[in-house]
Every structure is written in C-alpha cells, then in structure tokens.
Design a protein. Structure first.
Length: 136
C-alpha cells in the first residue's frame, strides 16, 4: 500500500525503533507511547484490520505479542500489560494497517481502562448471545 505509514516502516522508507521481527511480523515502538516501551505488532503484509487479516497471520501476530509481553515485563519492570487492537474508526483505529498494541502499565500511571456503562437489562444477554452465535 503506497500511502500506508506502517508499510513504509516495513520497507525502511521511514524510521522506526524496531524491537523484533520474524518472517511475517514486525514489532516497533509506538511513536506516541502511553508508557515507555509501548510497542506495536504488525503483519509484514498490508491488511486493514482484524476482519481482513488471515487467521494464520493473526496467530503469528499473537505469538509475537506474547514474546514482546514477556520481554517488556522483565526488561522494563512493568507491573502489568494491556494488549489491544483497535478495529475501524469507531473503535479508535487511526492507522489502517492491522496492529496490536502491547502497552506496559505501571501502578498508578494514571491511565484507566474503559468502564461498563450499565448492567444488562432483562433479555439483553440472551439476545446478544443469539445475534453473535448466529453469525459464527
Ligand atoms: P490506532 O489508534 O490503534 O490506529 O493506533 C495507531 C498508533 O500508531 C498510535 O498509537 C500512533 O501513536 C502510532 N503511530 C503512528 N505513526 C507512527 C510511526 N510513524 N511510528 C510509530 N508509531 C506510529
Ligand atoms: Zn500497510
């Protein structure tokens, strides 16, 4: 993809602080980190998000995520780690090349987590399960 910033990183056209790569995935520091060591794991081929990315490539990405998570915990003394993937604009995706965030968390670092808005109303859980399972 010509205009994709992550493809440019893969091709070496723009710089990045790489932490790991293998045949199908690349991991590098996020330019605007939540905490020091915030890393992005991407496929070397251009896929827009989780819907497009083939299952085997998602698995390769998760293998790299696990490797990086252990290294971040040990190397940066992280108290915790968030693993997150934003898919589509409504979910906060800004760069449209599949990526998984691996974010080191430090106790009291001030970054919260999303909170549940409200409990389910009667029947909503059953409806949600039905709607999801129909599409599996
Ligand atoms: P998302 O909202 O999940 O699409 O996140 C995209 C992430 O890419 C953001 O956290 C950005 O800080 C990060 N980012 C954008 N451009 C670069 C770049 N050139 N090098 C490293 N990270 C980048
Ligand atoms: Zn790309």
């Amino acid at each position: 993809m010509d205009n994709c910033i992550f493809c440019k990183i893969i091709k070496g056209e723009i710089p990045a602080h790489k932490v790991y790569e293998d045949k199908t995935t690349l991991a590098f520091l996020d330019i605007s980190p939540v905490n020091i060591g915030h890393t992005l794991v991407i496929p070397k081929e251009h896929y827009i998000n989780i819907y497009e990315t083939p299952e085997n490539i998602m698995m390769d990405m998760m293998k790299t995520v696990k490797k990086i998570s252990h290294a971040i915990k040990k190397g940066l003394d992280a108290d915790g780690i968030n693993v997150a993937m934003n898919n589509e604009g409504a979910a906060g995706q800004v760069v449209f090349h599949s990526h998984i965030h691996v974010i080191p968390r430090i106790k009291n670092d001030g970054f919260g987590l999303w909170h549940g808005k409200r409990p389910y109303k009667k029947g909503e859980e059953e409806m949600a399960v039905k709607k999801i399972t129909q599409k599996l």
